[in-house]
Design a protein around this ligand. Structure first.
Ligand SMILES: NC(=O)C1=CN([C@@H]2O[C@H](COP(=O)(O)OP(=O)(O)OC[C@H]3O[C@@H](n4cnc5c(N)ncnc54)[C@H](OP(=O)(O)O)[C@@H]3O)[C@@H](O)[C@H]2O)C=CC1
Ligand SMILES: O=C(O)[C@@H]1CCC=N1
Length: 261
């Protein structure tokens, strides 16, 4: 078995789906471990992969840990094997904490985002020397390439990457929702407002490939026109400072999750 998933929630499921669809993994090469044997069966069945018990885990070559950070301390001793390589997507949990809790230095730390669901994640990776030597990092690079772009970054940037890139879909979803609500306030039907907000975000994402954000803003804002009046109102509400604070708070929370370990 090439890879065992421990936890198959929103993220684990999408990563598994991407890896199967892109042919990086075949169903018979994958196992899933849930909280109970019954849960393992429930989670494995839709993908045609193998449901696992804790005792089966030793059969895997590598393990992807996709549980919430709070569940990890109790889980770690149950999934620790000397022979396996581990890839964790848990926010805040450093490679040194992973190595200590798993009593194994073959650890890769990864940070994808919700866009794994559509194959457009930006995923950060880092690994201890032992995981590089055992090809675990190369395996993780290939795995996450099935669901988007992969960036190797130094570990000291991981919490910032988490607070910015991994949280970004939530921040931008709030922007879309607020924009739609504002359209509704101006009398637009809600369904139309939601569709326009989503389309504007997606289209702006495309425009931003190859253009600096300031260029997009400047090209929209005609002198004395409508947009510059809207921008003034946004700046008066310190919208940029709100984003600085959001990313800083989320980064800090990443540190806290790691420190509580
Ligand atoms: N959501 C996001 O956008 C991102 C999340 N992450 C990280 O990914 C990880 C998973 O997040 P997400 O998928 O959103 O979380 P979910 O809550 O959707 O999924 C967590 C999964 O872990 C399972 N689980 C919990 N405890 C155990 C256990 N002891 N044994 C086996 N399975 C267990 C849960 O089981 P059950 O279904 O039975 O409850 C569930 O399937 C987190 O650590 C998070 O920090 C990283 C980047 C982005
Ligand atoms: O909010 C969280 O803790 C997770 C990690 C990054 C995105 N979602």
């Amino acid at each position: 078995m090439r890879l065992a998933f421990v936890g198959l929630g929103k993220m684990g499921r999408s990563i598994l789906k991407g890896a199967l669809e892109r042919g990086f993994l075949r169903p018979e090469e994958v196992g899933v471990l849930g909280r109970t044997p019954e849960r393992s069966r429930e989670l494995a069945e839709p993908f045609g992969v193998r449901p696992l018990t804790r005792a089966d885990l030793g059969m895997a070559e590598r393990v992807l840990i996709a549980v919430q950070p709070r569940d990890f301390p109790a889980l770690a001793p149950e999934i620790a094997h000397h022979r396996l390589g581990y890839i964790s997507i848990m926010a805040g949990i450093s490679t040194s904490v992973l190595a200590r809790r798993l009593d194994n230095r073959r650890v890769v730390r990864a940070m994808p985002n919700l866009a794994v669901a559509i194959g457009e994640s930006s995923t950060a990776l880092t690994a201890l020397k032992e995981a590089r030597e055992a090809e675990d990092l190369a395996f993780a690079r290939a795995l996450f390439a099935t669901v988007g772009d992969v960036y190797e970054i130094p570990e000291h940037l991981f919490d910032a990457f988490t607070g910015m890139s991994a949280s970004a879909p939530a921040y931008l979803a709030v922007v879309a929702e607020a924009l739609a609500d504002a359209g509704v306030k101006m009398g637009m039907p809600r369904a139309l407002a939601l569709r326009l907000a989503a389309d504007a975000l997606a289209a702006t994402g495309e425009l931003l490939k190859g253009r600096h954000p300031a260029q997009v803003k400047d090209e929209v804002a005609s002198p004395g026109g409508t947009t510059i009046h809207g921008l003034h109102a946004l700046e008066a509400r310190a919208v940029r400072a709100a984003f600085y604070e959001a990313v800083e708070a989320a980064t800090q929370r990443g540190h806290e999750l790691g420190e509580s370990e």
